[in-house]
Design a binder for this molecule. Sequence first.
Ligand code: SAH
Length: 228
Amino acid sequence: MRYSVTDPKRTAANKQGIGMTSQRTRERLVDTLKSLGVADARVLEVMRSTPRHLFLDEALAHRAYEDKSLPIGHNQTLSRPYTVARMSELLLESCAAKKVLEIGTGSGYQTCILAQLVPKLFSMERIEPLLNRAKQRLALMDIHNVVYQHGDGYEGWPAREPFDGIMVTAAPSQVPKALQWQLAEGGCMIIPVGGNEQYLLKITRSGNHFSKQKVEAANFVPLINGLI
Ligand code: SAH
């Protein structure tokens, strides 16, 4: 881990004590993640120190440390903590994830977790009001290694390719070809694929070959074309 959200120098939120209010419930969440098989110490530490309640509307904040996906408006959801942790762990163990593209900024929670685990993050979202709110939250938390784009993840981010790692947090029915080709040599993509039945796929690039491995069952909102 490069730095921690709990570093008192770093976050306005923590300076005001906001981030510390739910430390005990976060510890319990980390125990749950461990019992579900999440093992990467860097990921567990970042999950422990990141205040998930700041990524939800106040009315839902009390549920922030349940291992549940929760609504963030616009028919979208903040992913379940297990999913966020597992995808982060898969990305870190599958490639040297120095420059990473995330598709589906949503609330910014997964962005916040990833930004603490990789040096440089590019994050794309198709719904502009969600993107703007996420940007504000991450700025409040003093996270500055993320570049944002209001854009369609099906196209990826051609101007910034190649990426060592790509993480997609909404499910297409098939892997978008454009995204695949934006992987660097040896790079990896973690992506849910499918409709009613989804699974998490790990894709690794070697030259013009993309090896695909099914990891586990998944349950994401769909990846949708077009901007809002
Ligand atoms: N990772 C987010 C939530 C994921 S929900 C979080 O932690 O809160 C999936 C997100 O992907 C939604 O915000 C949705 O608007 C976005 N999305 C769906 N299709 C997209 C596309 N084609 N390009 C970019 N973002 C997309």
